[in-house]
Design a protein. Sequence first.
Length: 205
Amino acid sequence: MTLFEEIGRAQWREGRDLSALLSAYQLGARVAWHEVSGTALETGVAPDALAALAEAVFAYVDQLSSASARGYVAEQSEAVAARERLRDDLVELLLSDRSDSAAVRAAATRAGWPLPREVAVVLADPDNPVGQATLARLDASCLLIRRRQLTGAVLPDPARPGRRQRLVAEMRGTGAVIGHPVPPEQLPASVEIAEIALRLSRGGC
């Protein structure tokens, strides 16, 4: 079944839908069974033997389908995990003093994240489950910050019409802090300011 798992993996890598592959298996099984059953009837195969043969044919097709589905899901999961690692690497670069380097541009390309002209940081209170849940619902253009003492997100193009207002509304009451829009190379300094604001907010100031 390894071959059919690899076929499923290739289906994901090529951006094709799994259902199309499974439909092809089913169609192939029907065509094959039509030929086999016709030959069996012509040669006088007993009905019970014919039924057993049909069960075996379609059970085998189910096994092929399951193997390809496993391969498809495994490749998808591995691709998502690899993408998240690349995005985490990019976040670390953006938050470091190398944020203006060519390494950031290269990391953004590897992660499939268009480097914007401006970004803003959103920091959430780690003890506020509503804030954490809101961060998890941000769209895929946002990069999550998953440091032990720092949870939040990097928001691209925060000045886009309506974006900041929507985020403010979503984070209201969560104790989150939204930084000012800055060029990517100024993000580390912006994060420091946002961290101070978050600490003051958690302290009741």
